[in-house]
Ligand binder design. Structure first.
Ligand code: GLU
Length: 402
């Protein structure tokens, strides 16, 4: 009998836990279970109509063929204009890459640059895919813990300690998935001062949640805060979160031309171009009206406040107030070691998340998946009524542990 043996590189990674939780929740829902799915991080809003219409137009006009591997010139121009308008960054078309999602951009960058043993510094908690992508490409993830007491922010001295001659990349992600922590210009400047002393380190900044910030927080990105780092920074962004277009799969980046060219080479032998239709939709998104983004961010802010207040009132949970993204990352340290009515012990956050799903039908992602325990991540990009119900169920679950 034939036995499939996966490659050694595949053996180094695991399936994406965020997608696994979502798929599990979807399967339960399809089977008729009453499940509230707060696992996936994607806006519950729909893609605005003017963007959908641009996609329909693109199809009607026959824009259904292969395009330039890393994006059509009109989209690259729209991206360059976005970087100039919103970030004060100048990128020419040859410094811009478009790929099927932010994930593909990051994967291409690692594939194009990592040699076996090259180190990738990843502040923890981190988005689940950074370490596994680095591993798949032969790199070595180097985790730098960021404490809840520090607002989950990377401290400059911790960064300094993590840098070695083998460091190839530092990954920054602000606002952060899963904690929602956001670095302001002063905090980025402090990190930049360290990085300026280590010219071998490239910076990959994942700015996917740029437009989802709350209160007085003002978004900043490292290449504009520290122009001395511009030449070795890859500024990654996408349309998924800002324009509610997760399924369209368009991510993009601005960066040094040789790296952008190398990323295109990877794409030319793997995915080829991202969907031509999605690219034309992305042009409409980036060049069209932007007002709805701030309006939607206000709605997210209201939901954040609701969820944070409810979780902090739940027995054994403690939830900081994040400044961005649409995640909260409460600690469940107060519940570890307690027992469910069935007698089962909540020995860690993974058990907590599984037990919560089984007992109350609330799907969340356990903190260990993001390298920060004992915590769990809730995506509050869901309808308010659903969030209220989820918080009530979580409170009941926590209150039932002894
Ligand atoms: N970024 C989202 C999340 O963390 C989408 C799922 C994924 O690709 O991980 O939930």
């Amino acid at each position: 009998m034939f036995t499939f043996k996966p490659s050694d590189s595949l053996g180094r990674i695991k399936p994406s836990p965020t997608l696994a939780v979502t798929q599990k929740a979807n399967a339960l829902i399809r089977a008729g279970a009453d499940v509230l799915s707060l696992g996936a991080g994607e806006p519950d809003f729909d893609t605005p109509n003017h963007i959908k219409e641009a996609a329909v137009r693109a199809m009607a006009e026959g824009r259904t063929k292969y395009t330039d591997v890393d994006g059509v010139p009109e989209l690259k121009a729209a991206i360059a204009a976005k970087f100039a308008r919103e970030n004060g960054l100048t990128y020419t078309a040859s410094q811009v890459s478009v790929a099927p999602g932010g994930k593909a951009i990051i994967f291409n960058a690692f594939m194009a640059s990592l040699n076996p043993g090259d180190e990738v510094i990843i502040p923890a908690p981190f988005w689940v895919s950074y370490p596994d992508m680095a591993l798949l490409c032969g790199g070595v993830p180097v985790f730098v813990p960021c404490a809840m007491a520090d607002g989950y922010k990377l401290r400059p001295e911790a960064l300094e300690r993590a840098i070695t001659p083998r460091t190839k990349w530092l990954v920054l992600n602000s606002p952060n998935n899963p904690t929602g922590a956001a670095l302001n210009a002063t905090e980025l400047q402090a990190l930049a001062e360290i990085l300026l002393r280590h010219p071998q380190v490239m910076i990959l900044t994942d700015d996917m949640y740029e437009h989802l910030t709350y209160g007085d927080f003002r978004f900043a990105t490292i290449a504009s805060v520290a122009p001395g780092l511009y030449a070795r920074t890859l500024t990654v962004n996408g349309i998924s979160k800002a324009y509610a277009m997760t399924g369209w799969r368009i991510g993009y980046a601005g960066g040094p031309e040789p790296l952008i060219r190398a990323m295109a080479k990877v794409m030319s032998q793997s995915t080829s171009n991202p969907s031509s239709i999605s690219q034309y939709a992305a042009i409409a998104a980036l060049n069209g009206p932007q007002d709805f983004i701030a309006e939607r961010a206000k709605v997210f802010e209201g939901r954040r406040d609701l969820v944070v207040a409810a979780l902090n009132a739940a027995p054994g949970l403690s939830c900081p107030v994040p400044e961005g993204a649409f995640y909260v990352y409460p600690s469940c340290a107060g519940l570890i070691g307690k027992r469910m009515p069935s007698g089962q012990v909540i020995e860690n956050d993974e058990r907590f998340a599984t037990a919560l799903l089984e007992a109350e039908g609330v799907a969340v992602v356990h903190g260990a998946a993001f390298g920060g325990s004992p915590n769990f991540r809730i995506s509050y990009a869901a309808a308010t009524a659903q969030l209220q119900e989820a918080c009530a169920r979580i409170t009941r679950f926590c209150g039932g542990l002894v």
